[in-house]
Ligand binder design. Structure first.
Ligand code: URA
Length: 197
């Protein structure tokens, strides 16, 4: 199977495994992820919002628009990256994902990372960051790249990645100062990519 077929299989497994049935009932679509399966960079958000749920695609609403602007500021486009969320169904009224929901979706996120095998993982917001770095405070460590090893349970594979924790783009929609912080943190991306290539 090629990478896209393996990603399609993960989508099918989420449905057949009946992951988070309560969320599945209230959501319109499963939002598995989008972009280039051969990308070096994977962005991971929190969970789909209203627009994402309607279109079945991640980051297509206001946060997505700002994300696209930040990507453009470092010469990247959506086709250069892969983007997904920890939780793949919209939580009702955009509430925070529950710890159990994050836990239930984590094996599927890990499988996506195993298939794509990116060199850089950019976590957007504390939910996504704390999935990989549970004790890290995003207010202290945003914009600072770290090398981590991702271990996959099913086999003993280890994927070494650079993880870059960032604030969630939605934070900038309500706080102008945060917008500049995010843009400043994004400006570290080209140097990270240069170093790993
Ligand atoms: N916020 C997220 O975390 N993910 C999306 O897909 C959209 C908004």
């Amino acid at each position: 199977m090629n990478k896209q077929q393996l990603l399609d299989q993960i989508r099918a497994d989420i449905i057949s495994d009946n992951v988070c049935p309560d969320l599945a009932k209230t959501a319109k679509n499963l939002v598995i992820g989008d972009g280039n399966p051969d990308a070096n960079i994977v962005f991971i958000g929190e969970a789909p919002g209203k627009n994402e749920d309607e279109q079945g695609l991640p980051f297509v609403g206001a946060s997505g628009k700002f994300l696209n602007e930040m990507l453009a500021s470092v010469g990247l486009e959506r086709k250069d990256i892969f983007i997904t969320n920890i939780v793949k169904y919209r939580p009702p009224n955009n509430r925070d994902p529950l710890p159990q929901e994050k836990k239930d979706f984590l094996p599927y996120l890990q499988r996506q990372l195993e298939v794509i095998a990116p060199k850089v993982v950019i976590t957007l917001g504390r939910h996504s960051t704390n999935c990989f770095l549970p004790d890290l405070q995003i207010s202290k460590a945003h914009g600072e790249p770290k090398r981590i090893k991702l271990q996959f349970k099913e086999n003993d594979d280890v994927l070494e990645v650079v993880i870059l924790p960032l604030y969630h783009p939605a934070a900038a929609l309500y706080n102008g100062g945060m917008r500049q912080t995010l843009l400043d943190d994004f400006s570290a991306i080209p140097a990270i990519l240069k170093k790993i290539n």
